[in-house]
Design a protein around this ligand. Structure first.
Ligand code: CP
Ligand code: NVA
Length: 301
């Protein structure tokens, strides 16, 4: 499951349901009793691991953590055999992997729903939680202006763009020019099929102007060495979210980061620890949005 596998109506249903489940968790305490979630991880995680496992328990189900490190996958077994076996045990699967291609191949051989829990191309659960957070903070998610500043060649950026396009909202991405950090044309083309307005600019002030939401993400994705930070910082610093960038947005704009975050890199401490920041609500909402998504995928909404 990816964000663009969902229709606008499904996205709105999931977000509204997430808000309802958050308000009345006891109503859903047995909704997935007897069900098993398999959580497969190739990349590191804090929030995704904890929110899926805790969230599934809150629905009455049982979650299994499985690391690619423990797996014969890619060494003694191919993806299709892994998928055909694993999905005999589990009712639903989430996978965090480097390559979305691997997740797709698993899904093609799975008899149960498979969720992309972050890959090179996507982070749909993050964006569902973010949309829930925006709505809770009073944003009109079908008509807002979203601004993303930083690395444009990035999974979270792509899914923010895709979600804004699907919902009919506006998303400006302010990022450096050049292959490394610019949004690939294929993602812009995907968004152009939907009603929303998506603009990629290399002018950070234009991107942030009158935005309802200012969003950023790490300059060093999982798998990128921290030793690269110095070189990246030189290119990405004009796209840092600092007080000046927030000053270009609407006075009641909120600041978002999917986390993990590094202060004085993609945003200043003043911004992430300031009154406009909603980053910990986003982190919590991962759990509620994913629970709504899993109930939807299992036909329980
Ligand atoms: N935002 C997010 O996915 O966090 P983790 O990498 O800690 O799971
Ligand atoms: N873009 C980041 C998101 C981390 C949750 C990464 O891929 O590492």
């Amino acid at each position: 499951m990816n964000i663009d596998d969902l229709s606008k109506d499904e996205i709105l249903l999931i977000i509204n349901k997430a808000i309802e489940i958050k308000a009345n968790p006891e109503k859903y305490a047995q909704a997935l009793a007897g069900k098993t979630l398999l959580m497969m991880f190739e990349k590191p995680s804090l929030r995704t691991r904890l929110s899926f496992e805790t969230g599934f328990n809150k629905l009455g189900g049982h979650a299994i953590f499985y690391s690619f490190k423990d797996s014969p996958l890619g060494k003694k077994e191919n993806i299709s055999d892994t998928a055909k076996c694993a999905t005999r045990y589990a009712d639903i699967v989430m996978i965090r992997a480097y390559s979305q291609q691997q997740i797709r191949e698993f899904a093609d051989n799975s008899s149960v729903p498979v969720i992309d829990a972050l890959s090179d191309n996507a982070h749909p659960c993050q964006i569902l939680a973010d949309l829930q957070t925006m709505k809770e903070k009073g944003k009109d998610i079908e008509n807002m202006k979203l601004c993303y500043l930083g690395n444009g060649n990035n999974n979270v950026t792509f899914d923010l763009m895709r979600a804004a396009a699907l919902l009919g909202a506006t998303c400006y991405v302010g990022c450096p020019d050049g292959e490394e950090f610019n949004v690939p044309q294929r993602v812009i083309d995907e968004c152009a099929k939907h009603p929303g307005k998506v603009v990629v600019t290399h002018d950070a002030a234009e991107a942030a102007k009158d935005a309802d939401v200012v969003y950023t993400d790490t300059w060093v994705n999982y798998g990128v060495s921290l030793e690269e930070m110095e070189a990246r910082e030189k290119v990405l610093l004009p796209y840092q979210v600092n007080a000046a960038a927030m000053g270009n947005a609407k006075p009641d704009a909120i600041f978002m980061n999917c986390l993990p975050a590094m202060r004085e890199k993609e945003q200043t401490a003043e911004v992430i620890d300031g009154p406009q920041s909603v980053v910990f609500d986003e982190a919590e909402n991962r759990m509620w949005a994913q629970n709504a998504l899993m109930l939807h995928l299992l036909g329980k909404l």
